[in-house]
Write a protein that binds this ligand. Structure first.
Ligand SMILES: C[S@@+](CC[C@H](N)C(=O)[O-])C[C@H]1O[C@@H](n2cnc3c(N)ncnc32)[C@H](O)[C@@H]1O
Length: 229
């Protein structure tokens, strides 16, 4: 086995990634034991995204951590060109099956941080449920990537665990490592502190519990609408 050496920042980050290996997403999607709402209702988009698209003119979008593609497919069906990325090949295979016949959504199986966007810029980036699994040392790259691929005035929609819930403990960024958690929740202030440098924060609202034939709304989450400054 290759000896671990840290000669540059990426190698340092990779060591930290290995110390914080999180959920095995292929097992999650393959075995379907955990009945997460986004898995059980894997054809319904998030209400926040449906509302946003109804009110804005969006031509192209990127999704980080698209899972089985419920939001990406919704956007593509609305005529938006979509690049949707997930590191689980099981999820991407299922997403491609569901999207058969749609030619304006491209599913990529990859770590979103290593995708080559070829200097393209997009009207919208969405993330429903990935950011809260990301280790803190990767968040700065996440924010940099958002800035790089969003058009001027581009929008960013984020759904992530809210800390203002009983049982949803907010860990600080040191505890993420020492407690070896796979995910964290965020207070509204923490989200503002992190994104405020580059984004105008239009709204951060607690989501409710709702399911219709068109969408689901998942409680425990904050829905955030931001615009690149
Ligand atoms: C909670 S699931 C949400 C899936 C999907 N957004 C949905 O709501 O149906 C988080 C997803 O992020 C993906 N993921 C986690 N880390 C990733 C990374 N570094 N690059 C790409 N995808 C990642 C996982 O494979 C998983 O599908």
């Amino acid at each position: 086995m290759k000896k671990v050496e840290i000669n540059n920042y990426e190698e340092l980050f990779e060591v930290l990634d290995r110390l914080n290996e999180s959920i095995d997403w292929n097992t999650f999607y393959g075995e379907r034991v955990m009945k997460a709402p986004f898995l059980v209702n894997n054809t319904l988009p998030d209400k926040l995204i449906t509302e946003f698209v109804a009110a804005h003119s969006i031509r192209d979008a990127v999704e980080f951590g698209c899972g089985e593609g419920r939001n990406a497919i919704f956007l593509a069906k609305r005529g938006i060109d979509v690049v949707a990325i997930d590191s689980s090949d099981v999820a991407i295979r299922n997403a491609k099956d569901k999207a058969e016949g749609l030619d304006n959504v491209r599913f990529i199986c990859s770590n979103f941080l290593t995708v080559d966007f070829e200097d393209r810029k997009y009207d919208l980036v969405i993330d429903s449920g990935m950011f809260h699994h990301l280790a803190p040392h990767r968040r700065l790259q996440y924010r940099e990537l958002l800035k790089k691929i969003l058009k001027e005035d581009g929008y960013f929609l984020l759904l992530c665990f809210s800390a203002d819930e009983e049982g949803a403990e907010e860990l600080d960024d040191l505890e993420f490592y020492t407690k070896r958690n796979t995910g964290v929740s965020f207070s509204e202030q923490r989200l503002r502190d992190f994104f405020d440098s580059d984004f105008e924060i239009i709204s951060i609202e607690k989501r409710g519990q709702e399911m219709t034939e068109e969408y689901i709304d998942i409680p425990l989450l904050y829905g955030c609408v931001m615009k690149l400054k």
